[in-house]
Design a protein around this ligand. Structure first.
Ligand SMILES: [Zn+2]
Length: 99
């Protein structure tokens, strides 16, 4: 099973998976790996809304797949957004198919 590494915000040690398992980083603000298919679940969870987990921006580690920026604005943006992002978090353009 492929996993995605997510960056925890400062002061956060871990996150509880939808099925109840807790995954903890070695230190607050560290990184944990979660199964790819649960990243959107975590992002949409109450924990994410409360700011305990930030998966939407500010990290680019551990993800093997992504949606390339379509560079709608002609800024030569080469950002590869997360697979669930339909807009580039860097410049706001649409993103292409995950690859
Ligand atoms: Zn972009």
């Amino acid at each position: 099973m492929s996993e995605t590494t997510i960056q925890l915000p400062d002061g956060c040690y871990g996150v509880q998976m939808p099925w109840g398992e807790e995954r903890n980083a070695s230190k607050a603000g560290g990184r944990i790996s979660v199964p790819d298919e649960y990243v959107p679940v975590i992002e949409g969870s109450s924990a994410a809304r409360d700011g305990l987990v930030s998966t939407s921006r500010g990290y680019s580690v551990g993800t093997r797949r992504g949606r390339p920026c379509n560079d709608d604005n002609g800024k030569n943006c080469l950002f590869v957004a997360q697979v669930w992002s339909d807009h580039c978090p860097s410049c706001g353009s649409t993103t292409g198919e995950a690859r």
